[in-house]
Design a protein around this ligand. Structure first.
Ligand SMILES: *Cc1c(COP(=O)(O)O)cnc(C)c1O
Length: 329
């Protein structure tokens, strides 16, 4: 079933799988491997590239000429959607929460470089204003296609089943088994897809999402949302799996003061990864997830004998918008 889904080619795959030997040594911890989805090749990279290959494939198959999506000011999903739309010749509308800042930075700067139409929606931060925009664009004779928040629907999850298979082939070539696969989880399709991949390939890794947000998705608590997305995706690919809450590992120990609020955990993780490996994490997602991994190593939840895979989901362009929060001057 999956192979019959339309797909647009947007990135360069497989992304590299590398070993972080210097960081592992500094932490006195396990062997840490990293899947470099910060190097997908589209619009400075990130995990949304994979989802967008299926979502844009669907949009094109349905005859869309315009795409709409929503996010935060520093949304990596919006930035990659902007790049994807430009490369496919589609008009792009971004519905961004908050107010327009005086000077665009980071992801927002790139959205503008890509020539997107940006709609500022104040307190409406999760795309509440999209229906009105759809109606307006239709009245103008356009064929709009709405991409869900974070690209997290069944198509986005299918992309991460495929990503899991890609990782697994690399893992087998290295002859290593991962006890844990750790990544930042925030709109759910990365998590749901990796859970399904692990199930399909029977690899028995622990799929550990580090929760980035305190919130919910589509008015459903985030943990329930991930499980239900994994189940509806299993249905889409005609796989006979039924996940329950017991199958989900969502670690919410590191949400701190909430989405995009940078603390010591993120600062240290960003500095350690940059200064030991030359690899850039981002303040909102991967910095927090790596901070969680480091803490799990220090508190003995992860043993020095384990092999751990950290899935780098991208996001470094946001660094440029967070100089103050990172205390970098
Ligand atoms: C969107 C995003 C995530 C979370 O992925 P979801 O599939 O939305 O849970 C993690 N890291 C970065 C950098 C992201 O942009």
């Amino acid at each position: 079933m999956k192979d019959t889904l339309p797909k647009a080619s947007l990135g360069y795959f497989p992304t590299p799988l590398i070993e972080l030997t210097r960081l592992s040594k500094t932490l006195g911890g396990p062997n840490i491997y990293m899947k470099r989805d910060d190097n997908t090749g589209l619009a400075l990279g990130g995990n949304k590239t994979r989802k967008l290959e299926y979502i844009m494939g669907d949009a094109l198959a349905k005859g869309a000429d315009t795409v709409i999506t929503a996010g935060a000011i520093q949304s990596n999903h919006c930035r990659q959607t902007a790049g994807a739309a430009a490369s496919l010749g589609l008009e792009c509308h971004l519905v961004l929460g908050g107010e327009e800042p005086e000077q665009p930075q980071g992801n927002l700067l790139l959205d503008k470089v890509y020539g997107c139409h940006i709609h500022w929606t104040g307190e409406n931060r999760k795309g509440e204003d999209i229906p009105a925009l759809v109606a307006q664009l239709k009245a103008e004779g356009k064929k709009p296609y709405v991409i869900p928040y974070g690209g997290s629907n069944e198509l986005g999850a299918v992309a991460f089943i495929e990503a899991y298979k890609e990782l697994n082939a690399q893992r087998e070539a290295l002859k290593v088994d991962f006890s844990y696969i750790i990544f930042a989880s925030s709109s759910g399709a990365t998590h749901a897809g990796l859970m399904l991949g692990n199930k399909i390939l029977q690899t028995h890794s622990q799929i550990v999402g580090i929760n980035i947000d305190k919130g919910e998705m589509d008015k459903v608590p985030f943990d329930e949302h991930i499980v239900s997305l994994a189940n509806s995706t299993a249905q889409l690919i005609a796989a006979d799996y039924q996940f329950t809450a017991d199958d989900l590992i969502l670690n919410s120990d590191y949400v701190g003061d909430g989405y995009g609020v940078i603390g010591e955990l993120e600062k240290e993780a960003i500095a350690l990864t940059a200064q030991n490996e030359g690899i850039l994490l981002d303040p909102v997602y991967t910095g927090r997830a790596m901070g969680g991994l480091i803490d799990m190593i220090r508190t003995g939840q992860i043993k020095a004998t384990d092999n751990v895979l950290f899935w780098h989901t991208g996001g470094a362009p946001a660094l440029f918008a967070y100089a103050d929060d990172l205390d970098i001057r």
